[in-house]
Design a binder for this molecule. Structure first.
Ligand code: PMP
Length: 415
């Protein structure tokens, strides 16, 4: 009953595109003690009723917005996952229930992204950052460098780990231009014998995104897809390894998705720490140790939501429309707003811009006024300043329309 009320009461409550059948709790059969606990929850001041829940338009860069229907579903299932009588948080990771959750999440990811059988899909911990260490540990061949396409803070972090003893080559860098564009084809100097090429497909902080992948011949491409996985269609076969922390487009923080060509996982020396070998997690189907079960569960729900929204192609179309609306608004402001990123390199996930020629006081005011109106998360990364709006999959067109109205109004009153 509590859950049913919650389903009805959400502010944006458009659940029609993502409906599960509700598992009704046989309330009358519950032991008295449980009924009393439920009743006391309703009146606890820390328990918000669905009607008083205030949801903002969330443009955070990560952790970022999650689809509302997913959160609604998590709430509905929180105490009793589909008749199991327990929360997913309380389940054994080896129980048939959790096995069904993790298997479905993997299968959904495979079908949404078109992952073939020669690739493994594993769920790890350690975030995107651990992959900066794990990828070279596992994939480097003796005497063969890692080629890096250096495009911002996150490739700098990857390079930082390579510097600790791995042979690497800066195949291209746009640092001298403050990473306001991606390297052009003729600037990329790949080694003929590289172990792999490291690329960050979407630079979350600088607001750049590769739209055409560099040609690497037979050399595997290792892609940090943390901030644009599942936001657009990709050809997985073009990559040797894809990794992505979940907290932008796939779910909450705590789980990292790795898609790896199975033969590449066999490059690793067997005396590497067991937990640091991809082959361990492939062999054990992500259950070598206790995985972040609740995060995996939510990733599974997000993938179901993507499927119900029409799959990655439909999500991509929506993302294109959102980005176009925001960039067009910036471009039509006669320079009041300015995106520093070169046109062909602009990200559809993270839109960075300056206000009034980079006047920090006005930018601060912009972010504060936006937040007061329920447009949260617009300040840029602390390392670069300015504004940054993240348009991850769960951010609706309605949210971007509200934001662009605010941009126009702020310009009108301050321009
Ligand atoms: N790569 C990219 C592109 C990112 O945006 C981030 C996080 N913002 C990371 C890696 C690091 O992820 P984590 O914080 O999960 O280690």
């Amino acid at each position: 009953m509590i859950a049913a009320a919650a389903w009805q009461g959400s502010r944006l409550g458009a659940l029609s595109d993502f409906c599960y059948s509700q598992v009704e709790q046989p309330v009358t059969k519950l032991p008295r003690r449980i009924l009393e606990q439920e009743a006391s929850l309703i009146v606890t001041s820390s328990t918000l009723s669905a009607k008083t829940t205030r949801r903002v338009f969330n443009f955070n860069a990560g952790p970022g917005a999650l689809p509302l229907p997913v959160l609604e579903r998590v709430r509905a299932e929180l105490l009793d996952w589909r008749g199991s009588g327990m929360s997913v948080m309380e389940m054994s990771h080896r129980s048939p229930e959790f096995l069904s959750i993790i298997t479905a999440a993997e299968q959904n990811l495979r079908s949404l992204l078109g992952v073939t059988d020669d690739y493994a899909v594993i769920f790890l911990q350690g975030g995107g950052s651990m992959q900066f260490t794990m990828a070279p540990m596992n994939l480097c061949l003796p005497g063969k460098p890692v080629d890096v396409l250096h495009t911002g803070v996150w490739t700098a972090k990857a390079i930082g780990e390579l510097k600790k003893g791995t042979l690497y080559n800066l195949a291209a860098s746009t640092e001298s231009e403050k990473f306001t564009r991606l390297p052009r084809k003729d600037e990329i100097k790949l080694s003929p014998d590289a172990s792999y090429v490291h690329i960050c497909t979407n630079n979350t902080i600088e607001g750049t995104q590769w739209s055409v992948l560099p040609e690497t011949g037979g050399v595997p491409l290792v892609a940090d897809m943390s901030s644009d996985i599942a936001s657009r269609r990709i050809d997985v076969n073009k990559y040797g390894l894809i990794f992505a922390c979940a907290q932008k487009n796939l779910g909450p923080s705590g789980v990292t998705v790795v898609i790896i060509r199975k033969d590449l996982a066999e490059r690793a020396e067997k005396n590497l720490p067991t937990i640091m070998q991809y082959r361990t997690h492939i062999k054990e189907k992500s259950l070598y140790h206790t995985p972040p079960t609740f995060a995996v569960y939510i990733v599974g729900l997000v993938l179901e939501w993507i499927e119900s929204a029409g799959g990655v192609a439909a999500i991509e179309k929506r993302n294109d429309a959102k980005a176009k609306l925001l960039y067009d608004t910036i471009e039509s402001s006669a320079g009041f707003y300015r995106c520093p990123v070169e046109n062909g390199s602009r990200s559809k996930m993270n839109v960075v811009f300056r206000v009034a020629g980079g006047d920090e006081a006005i930018e601060k005011q912009f972010a504060a006024e936006a937040a007061a109106l329920g447009l949260a998360g617009t300040p840029g990364h602390r390392s670069v300043g300015g504004l940054r709006v993240s348009l991850y999959n769960a951010v609706t067109l309605e949210a971007v329309e509200a934001l662009t109205s605010f941009l126009r109004e702020f310009h009108r009153t301050r321009g």
